[in-house]
Ligand binder design. Structure first.
Ligand code: MG
Length: 262
């Protein structure tokens, strides 16, 4: 990625949303497929579960549904494969089967480059945040163990915080709101931070959709098997092919700010 491509992406973003400038205060990171290499296990378990219940959900397709609720995914596949939605009771049975399989999988490793990137982000003075649809109770403990001294609990959005989840912009809007409150409690300046002071880092088409709908500059990292266009077509402002690549380019990206529309 060269400087010109980054500049064009920022120009497009500003023109599109009618902002005159962009500055960076916080970076909102999705978790599965961004910070942890956990999507392979999810995709495999979805495939095996649906096969067990007589339906076909190829592993690659599971990546297209990443971010959807379990019930949403099950109904979508059920409609296609059987022509009707699944009953409440069936959804519960199918989802429990998938969760049990997933819990048997080895714990996902950190995504290569993620830790190094988070350290760089923090050192640049940009606040790293997590915005995830995951609802594991041990989330913060796990994040702190894998990424020491990076995240704050009051700056995390999880399944417990939201009603709709991605692709609804709600989780990212809530992330910005949490940041404003937190920043406001420090210097009373929280209110002045708007969408043009944030970035989103996402690996899933529905996650990119959520970040874009929240009006935030959205960086896609294509860490899975989908074609780049699956992410670009959802409006991603920039695309990298791995967290390591984004990490290697961080200085080039960050040095653009504050950026004023030409
Ligand atoms: Mg993800």
């Amino acid at each position: 990625m060269n400087q010109k491509q980054i500049e064009i992406a920022i120009e497009h973003y500003l023109e599109n949303w009618g902002w005159k400038r962009m500055d960076l205060k916080a970076a909102m990171f999705d978790m599965d497929g961004v910070l942890f290499d956990s999507m392979k296990n999810h995709a495999k378990c979805w495939h095996e579960t649906m096969a067990h219940f007589g339906m076909d959900l190829p592993e690659w397709e599971a990546y297209m549904h990443e971010g959807r609720t379990g019930a949403g995914t099950i109904n979508l596949v059920s409609m296609r494969e059987r022509g009707h939605e699944a009953s409440e009771e069936e959804i519960e049975r199918i989802y429990r089967y998938k969760s049990d399989l997933f819990n048997l999988c080895p714990k996902a490793e950190r995504m290569p480059g993620a830790c190094e990137l988070l350290v760089k982000v923090k050192e640049s003075g940009v606040v790293p945040m997590v915005v995830t649809g995951s609802g594991q109770v041990t989330l913060l403990e796990r994040l702190n163990r894998n990424f020491p001294e990076i995240f704050r609990e009051e700056l995390m959005v999880t399944a417990f915080d939201v009603k709709y989840g991605k692709p609804n912009p709600e989780p990212y809007l809530m992330g910005m709101e949490k940041f404003r409150k937190w920043e406001g409690s420090h210097d009373g300046n929280g209110e002045k931070w708007a969408a043009n002071n944030f970035i989103v880092v996402e690996n899933a088409p529905l996650g990119v959709q959520a970040g874009v709908a929240a009006g935030v500059f959205t960086i896609a990292v294509n860490t899975g098997p989908l074609p780049d266009d699956a992410l670009l077509s959802q409006g991603a402002n920039l695309l990298f092919h791995s967290m390591q690549e984004l990490c290697d380019e961080w200085e080039n990206f960050y040095q653009m700010f504050p950026y004023f529309l030409k």
